[in-house]
Each structure stands twice: as structure tokens, then as C-alpha cells.
Ligand binder design. Structure first.
Ligand code: PEP
Ligand code: MN
Length: 356
């Protein structure tokens, strides 16, 4: 249940409402207070409330409206908010601004898996910009399967990303792995990435929701997460106060080592029914094979994705991380062109269908 509080409610009426809810749901269940679209909301699990209790609740002075949402996730559900969330990226730093979600133009995020050094990052940043990308990616903190693999440059990597933004004007996205690092990473980044391995790291999700700067968060799907688990992880961030969440499908664990993961493209149209949040696809981690990236990029846009995140390296065979799935800037340019043409055709087609 989502209770929207009247903007003119007095603090006494508000306190009365909260006391009333505590009485009827008991002390064990949390009541979450949050702001969304400039409205103050109370969110609670109302499965234990009978009809009479619900009627009494709706009669409280402070209540403006009550929305019943049947799914376990509430604020991120399409049932609560019908219009697509549009996320503005790049407004915190001097750089280009990009909208992700709610527009027919897909956002293209591209760059190396890891920031390796200044020369590599700056040359790749210019190359992806020239290829038509809107956002630069690059991991400074890398969650590697083996402790003996390159772990990223850390803070130095963040400095290099800020320099690449200043040089090219592209906003940047980078991964944050620990709650205590959220403020620091948000200081440099235009989008915080929460990686697949951390999708259910609840302290990290809460920190990404609470932090002062409210940077957009790209939440990657866990290695074997169901859509409900993924949407509930997104709900943690939104309920904690940050409504700017972008979902990223990056493939789920399969049994066939031919591809690194299994790209679950059916989740794109399904998520569009379930949630108002934008959805981006990562064909690089999903397939693990660079030759599959162009076609899976087109397939993602055809399925309705709001954007793509693609790993690009000028010398993929010598990349310190994920070279096998990295494409060159020239290949990216072709993908950008093809996916924009496809998205344009799809939006014209939609208009024709609507008119007919
Ligand atoms: C990445 O984007 O470099 C990454 C580590 O992705 P994932 O969390 O999806 O494995
Ligand atoms: Mn990678």
C-alpha cells in the first residue's frame, strides 16, 4: 500500500497518521517514508490489514490518496506510476546531458571494461564519442572473480574519468562496490553502477538511495536473479530516496559455456509492463563474445530497450579486463548507426499504427 500525504497536512495530522498505522500493523513491520515526484509517500506491506482497517486508514486527515499495489515491489511498479521514468544524466557536472528512458532515442553507453591508464582512457573516450556514444563507461573499482586479476586503478581511475569527461564532454558511469564509497564515487560519476555481484547487497543499495547527491543508479541484474528479486533491489534504492534507477539486463547464468551468460531479452518487454523504470541492455557481459555484440545490440533495441552499455577497447586483444567481449570504436560506430535507424523506424511505425 502506498499512502500519499496531503501537502497541506499539519505535522500533528502526520504524526497521528503514523501512530495510527503503527497501532494497526504492529511494531514489527517497517513503514517507509519517501519523496517521489515532489509527493511525500508512506509505503507499507498491507497484507495483514482487513477491509475495515483500510477504510479507517483512508479517513485519516493527513491522507490524500491510497494506492493498492499487489506486487511485492511498490514504488517501482507500473501499477503505481503509469508514465515512463525519464532519467536526466549529466546535470551535476559540466558536460552533455542525456535522457535515459521515456524517449525513442536509445542512449549508448560505451567504453572500456576497466580504466587502465590515462592514454587508454582518453583515446577510447574520444573514439566512443566520435562513434556517437552518449555516456562513457569505465570501471575504476573492478569486482574480479579472482583476487589475482587486475582490480582497477581505484581513486586514480575516478580522477581519470573526471578528466575524460572534461575533455570530451561525455558524462561518465562507473561502478561502486561498497556503501562507504558511494559519496566519493558520486562526487566524480554521473551514474553510479551497481554490479551484478552486488545486486542484493542491501547496505550498498540503501547507500545509493540515501546519498546526498542522488546520482542516477544503474542496477545490473544479479547473476541468477528473478525479475521480482531485481525489482525489489531497485525498490530499496527508490524507497531510500533516490528515484533515478536504470535497470540493466546483462545476461543470467546458463549451462552452456559457449556464451558467458544467457541474454534474457524477453525480460525487456516484460519489465516494461511491470515497471516504469528505464531498461538498458549490456550485450558484452551477456554474451562474452565480441562477434555477437552487434546483432544482440540490434535485438535489444528491437525488444524495446532504452539503451545499451557496450565494452569498447582500441586493442581488445590486449585489454586488462574482458577483451574477448570488447569491440573496437569502428564497430561501435556501426552499432550506433544501426540501432538509431532501427529505433527511428520503430517509433515511426508506432505512429503509423496508432494513426491507422
Ligand atoms: C562491468 O560492467 O564491467 C561488470 C563487472 O559487469 P557485471 O556486474 O554485469 O558483471
Ligand atoms: Mn567487463
Amino acid at each position: 500500500m502506498i499512502i500519499s500525504i496531503r501537502s497541506q497536512a499539519t505535522s500533528e495530522e502526520r504524526a497521528q497518521l503514523i501512530a495510527h498505522i503503527c497501532r494497526i500493523i504492529g511494531g514489527q513491520h517497517p513503514i517507509t517514508t519517501t519523496m517521489m515526484d515532489e509527493r511525500e509517500l508512506l509505503v507499507l506491506d498491507s497484507t495483514h490489514l482487513n477491509k475495515e482497517a483500510q477504510t479507517l486508514l483512508s479517513q485519516q486527515e493527513a491522507v490524500e490518496q491510497i494506492t493498492h499495489v499487489k506486487t511485492p515491489y511498490k514504488l517501482v511498479s507500473r501499477a503505481f506510476k503509469t508514465e515512463n521514468t525519464r532519467i536526466l544524466v549529466g546535470n551535476a557536472h559540466e558536460c552533455e546531458r542525456v535522457i535515459i528512458g521515456g524517449t525513442p532515442t536509445p542512449a549508448i553507453i560505451a567504453g572500456p571494461c576497466a580504466v587502465e591508464n590515462r592514454k587508454q582512457l582518453l583515446s577510447t573516450a574520444y573514439a566512443v564519442k566520435n562513434a556517437g556514444a552518449n555516456v562513457l563507461r569505465g570501471g575504476a573499482f573492478k569486482p574480479r572473480t579472482s583476487p589475482y586479476q587486475f582490480q582497477g586503478l581505484g581513486i586514480e581511475g575516478l580522477h581519470l574519468l573526471a578528466e575524460a569527461r572534461q575533455e570530451t564532454g561525455l558524462p561518465v558511469i562507473t561502478e561502486v562496490m561498497e556503501p562507504d564509497m558511494v559519496e566519493a564515487v558520486a562526487h566524480y560519476a554521473d551514474i553510479l553502477q551497481i554490479g551484478s555481484r552486488n545486486m542484493q547487497n542491501y547496505p550498498l543499495l540503501l547507500a545509493a538511495g540515501h546519498h546526498g547527491q542522488k546520482r542516477p543508479v544503474m542496477l545490473k541484474r544479479g547473476l541468477s536473479a528473478t525479475l521480482d528479486e531485481w525489482l525489489l533491489a531497485a525498490e530499496y534504492i527508490v524507497a531510500a530516496g533516490n528515484p533515478n534507477v536504470i535497470l540493466c539486463e546483462r545476461g543470467i547464468r546458463g549451462y552452456d559455456p559457449q556464451t558467458r551468460n544467457v541474454l534474457d531479452l524477453s525480460c525487456v518487454p516484460l519489465l516494461q509492463e511491470l515497471t516504469h523504470l528505464p531498461i538498458v541492455v549490456d550485450p558484452s557481459h551477456a554474451t562474452g563474445r565480441r562477434e555477437l555484440v552487434p546483432i544482440m545490440s540490434r535485438a535489444s533495441i528491437a525488444a524495446g530497450a532504452n539503451g545499451l552499455i557496450i565494452e569498447v577497447h582500441s586493442d581488445p586483444n590486449n585489454a586488462l579486463c574482458d577483451g574477448r567481449q570488447s569491440i573496437t570504436p569502428e564497430q561501435l560506430q556501426k552499432i550506433v548507426h544501426e540501432t538509431r535507424v532501427l529505433a527511428q523506424m520503430m517509433s515511426e511505425e508506432m505512429v503509423e499504427v496508432r494513426v491507422a
